[in-house]
Design a binder for this molecule. Structure first.
Ligand code: ZN
Length: 185
């Protein structure tokens, strides 16, 4: 009796082995399917036109400021290829304009000290920028916590060979809020 059962179970195992082998050829179809799928993806990504989005962001930038009297960047890169360059200033803090107001003023590096003094005298009603100051290449509005403002810079006003800087002209802020303007082609 025991021998008979052993034969049956051997036959069952044999059948199981056969059915496993039979299922193998089906698996070979999967790698082939994956290969064709990935070749389709490659074709799609090389055909993507990304140049439009890149050109758009190159003519604008965003600068953040806060209640700690800081800009989040030490330098602003401005492309001279853009006739008009747009800068958005955001105030991420909560303090009001009268206590912690910020703006961005752009002048030649050698003009910063004089412009800062005269801007303070212009007062908060003039957003700390002297009216019709020819030394000011461009400037934003003065904003308080939670606000943002955008201004455009006429890049034709930048002369070759000069160093330019940006700063906040709110009295006392220039010591902490000042950086370089880099002109790129
Ligand atoms: Zn400021």
């Amino acid at each position: 009796m025991k021998t008979y059962l052993a034969l049956i179970s051997a036959a069952v195992l044999g059948l199981a082995a056969c059915s496993q082998e039979a299922s193998k050829p089906a698996e070979t179809a999967t790698p082939a399917a994956k290969t064709s799928a990935s070749s389709v993806e490659t074709t799609a990504s090389t055909a993507e036109p990304a140049s439009v989005a890149v050109a758009d962001t190159a003519c604008s930038t965003v600068v953040e400021s806060d209640d700690a009297m800081k800009f989040n960047v030490a330098e602003i890169n401005i492309s001279k290829a853009c006739p008009q360059f747009s800068i958005t200033l955001k105030h991420m803090g909560k303090m009001p304009k009268a206590a912690m107001g910020h703006n961005i003023v752009i002048t030649k590096a050698e003009d910063v000290d004089a412009v800062v003094k005269e801007s303070a005298a212009a007062g908060v009603d003039n957003e700390f920028v002297k009216a019709d100051d020819s030394r000011v290449i461009a400037h934003s509005s003065l904003i308080g916590g939670g606000e943002e403002t955008t201004f455009t810079v006429d890049t034709g006003k930048f002369a070759a060979g000069n160093q330019y800087e940006f700063f906040c002209s709110f009295p006392g802020h220039v010591a902490m809020m000042r950086g370089k303007v880099n002109l790129t082609e």
